[in-house]
Write a protein that binds this ligand. Sequence first.
Ligand code: SF4
Length: 259
Amino acid sequence: MSQVPKTIDPAGQMMIECAACEGIRIAWDRLEAMQPQCGFGKLGVCCTVCAMGPCRIDPFGNGPQEGICGATAQTIVARNLARKIAAGCSAHSDHGRAVAEALLLAAENPESGYRIKDERKLRRLAEEFGIPQEGRSAEQVAKDVAEACLREFGKPHGELVMAQRAPEPRKTIWRELGIMPGAIDREVVRLLHQTHMGVDADPKNLLLSGMRCALADGWGGSMIATDLQDVLFGSPKPVRARTNLGVLRPERVNVIVHG
Ligand code: SF4
């Protein structure tokens, strides 16, 4: 009996078969063992936000339509999605913070192992953040850029600097909807607060806050990570290269970076 391929990537499929021959359990095996997955969880109508739960809404309308606290299916789904956004924003953005800290190390400590590879990009960022450059070394400027980026995580007032790169009509829409992001950490905290039991039950409001947090991720933490990595490790350019599992060499130490 012919097996249905588990991936469209032939190299991946080969490795899946390889793993099966070796008796190594991988994600596909764990997914199969999990069947059927929880239908309430899949729909997002199970709530574990507080210790009175878990509560679940009957999607067919026969059983409970509200959690113990009175949250409806719409509220629960919106809160679950928003909390996932907050977690994603935290993961991406804390990465960005770590890169800003690495840039600070590169600026302050020549022994750190980090150095500035793309000075042009650094100076463009300095201009964007209003950092003086005349007569200043790349390291002096980098220190101020790193500090300015770190402040983006917790500044008490104002919009994100990098979000100003968005086109004017887009920024107008964000401001009208009240979703122009401020400090990155604050957006995560605000969303976790807002989605807690007994705080905000309006699904539209919850989703708007989720969008603001997502924008803080994309136009804040993730953008800081990308731009400062370019400064530290060089801006990417197109190259011809081998990709996929074909890069692995049995005679070498193969280090696989995920991210
Ligand atoms: S927040 Fe409401 S719906 Fe969620 S677990 Fe607590 S009581 Fe149940």
